[in-house]
Structure formats: structure tokens, C-alpha cells
Design a protein around this ligand. Structure first.
Ligand SMILES: [Zn+2]
Ligand SMILES: [Zn+2]
Length: 106
């Protein structure tokens, strides 16, 4: 998975991290410098990515909640990955993402 980092020109303390999804979408997650909260996007095909501190923990909580509500039975579970991207203001910001075993149609 290749992530693309963009800095908002109107809000230079905010970054967007997206990827070109195989389904054709361009899911975006937003993160503000110094924030403890990150953003995420859950793509229509089932891919989901979280950005920000504790991204992996937030992602795992999110997936566990969905599982408890039986929302993801059709995708057959997820594989979770963790990486990091370079922030426009220096340093790195964690990214965690999950890929469904059986992606949904776009
Ligand atoms: Zn997708
Ligand atoms: Zn899509």
C-alpha cells in the first residue's frame, strides 16, 4: 500500500494521507499537528486506514466494534498492517490499515 501525504495550503498544520485504492476510490484520512486524535476513512470495498497517534489501537477498537455488531461478516475478517508516513512539519505519523480477506464490490 502506497500512501500519499498532502499538506493543506489553507491549514498548514493539517495533513491528509490517501492512497489510490484498487476499487477506484481515493480514501483520505486527516490529522492535525499535535493532536491526540486522528482521522480515518473506511473505503466502500472494505479497506480502512487510520492516521495519527495510536492509529493501530484505534483501528483495532474500530474493527472489534464492527465485529460485535456483525457488520463485517461478508468480508471474512481483516489483516492489519502498521506503517508511518513523514509529516510535512517533520517527524513521522503512524498509519494503520486493514485489508479485508474478501473485498466488497465498489
Ligand atoms: Zn476501496
Ligand atoms: Zn470504492
Amino acid at each position: 500500500m502506497e500512501f500519499i501525504v498532502r499538506q493543506l495550503s489553507s491549514r498548514p498544520d493539517t495533513m491528509l494521507v490517501r492512497y489510490d485504492c484498487a476499487c477506484g476510490c481515493k480514501p483520505n484520512a486527516e490529522y492535525q499537528q499535535g493532536s491526540q486524535e486522528g482521522g480515518y476513512e473506511h473505503c466502500c470495498c472494505g479497506n480502512v486506514h487510520f492516521l495519527g497517534p495510536q492509529a493501530k489501537a484505534h483501528l483495532e477498537t474500530y474493527l472489534a466494534d464492527r465485529k460485535a455488531q456483525a457488520l463485517d461478516e461478508d468480508v471474512g475478517g481483516y489483516t492489519v498492517y502498521e506503517t508511518a508516513v513523514e509529516a510535512p512539519w517533520g517527524g513521522t505519523v503512524p498509519v494503520a490499515y486493514a485489508l479485508p480477506h474478501h473485498p466488497k464490490a465498489h
